[in-house]
Design a protein around this ligand. Structure first.
Ligand code: BV8
Length: 238
């Protein structure tokens, strides 16, 4: 009997990049333990205090420039390769992370639903460009020349995540859903596992410890991503 396609959707969060030295949000000592997200990661905060918000993101951008992909990122790129080579079904990697570590590891079908820290966007003309330098609030847009209109290309609280229609379409026909290194706190991402279950998928959580929605997963494995993810992928690829 043919196994049929095994359409796969993977959702990653800050935990997959933790061992690359990038801070998580809600762990002890995490970013939101030190900073108030409502004062730094909302459009209102940016409108009220653009310099403070830019300082926060410029510091994280500078920290990201030297970060390197880890074994978990590489294992996910290997899983995608195997899927494509064997024609095992659709494969989509949705990340909540704004770093570029999945790209570094070679992941191709990648969607940054919360944006990308190494991109800057002009709110006047919409120009979107890769940018590793600090964003100066008064700087002119390289395309339209307007000043005071540049922002990090990240999705703040209250803003619409990127690619939701594409993600929900993939979740309608998913057979295997794997959530990796995410606390399941932020919606709509935290609700994806429910969509996957509605589609009849096998759902897996790979993280350091149980998150807010762990109870609904069919399979859970806890431990550092650089150990748990390569092990899970090796077992899956037999
Ligand atoms: C939306 C980008 C409307 C910027 C982020 C009131 C007003 C407005 C909205 C809301 C509201 N109340 C609720 C909401 C919805 C809100 C929300 O969910 N709030 C929460 C706090 C309750 N969501 C939104 O606003 C979203 N937009 O709702 O739009 C809409 C939506 C749908 C349809 C129509 C309209 C936008 C949310 C995006 C916000 N932007 N980031 C930036 O990075 O600064 S959120 C931020 O937290 C990250 O992007 C990340 O995506 C997100 C979740 O964090 P995690 O990745 O899970 O990280 P966390 O630290 O929490 O957990 C780490 C995990 O890793 C832990 O489980 C840990 O155990 C594990 N771990 C740690 N180390 C390791 C490890 N695992 C393995 N190995 C290790 N070594």
């Amino acid at each position: 009997m043919s196994l049929g396609p095994e359409n796969t959707v993977i959702l990653t969060g800050a935990g997959v990049s933790a061992e690359s030295g990038l801070g998580t949000f809600r762990d002890a000592g995490g970013l939101w333990a030190k900073f108030d997200p409502m004062k730094l990661a909302t459009p209102e905060a940016f409108a009220e205090a653009p310099e403070r918000v830019l300082e926060f993101y410029n510091a994280r951008r500078a920290n990201l420039v030297d970060a390197k992909a880890n074994a978990a990122h590489f294992a996910l790129a290997e899983l995608e390769q195997a899927w494509m080579m064997a024609g095992r079904g659709n494969f989509g990697l949705v990340t909540q992370n704004i770093d570029d570590l999945h790209e570094q590891a070679g992941s191709a079908s990648l969607l940054h639903m919360h944006g990308e820290l190494l991109k800057t966007r002009c709110t006047a003309c919409g120009h979107l460009f890769t940018d590793k330098d600090p964003i100066e609030h008064s700087a002119p847009c390289p395309k339209c020349g307007e000043t005071h209109r540049l922002r990090p290309h990240v999705v703040w609280f209250g803003e619409m995540p990127i690619g939701l229609d594409h993600i929900y379409k993939a979740l309608e026909q998913v057979d295997l859903f794997i959530a990796i290194g995410t606390s399941g706190t932020v919606y709509p991402a935290a609700g994806f596992v429910q969509e996957a279950r509605r589609a009849g998928a096998w759902t897996v959580e790979l993280s350091l410890e149980p998150g807010e929605v762990s109870a609904v997963f069919d399979e859970t494995v806890y431990g550092p991503a650089t150990e748990v993810v390569p092990e899970w992928v090796a077992k899956k690829l037999g």
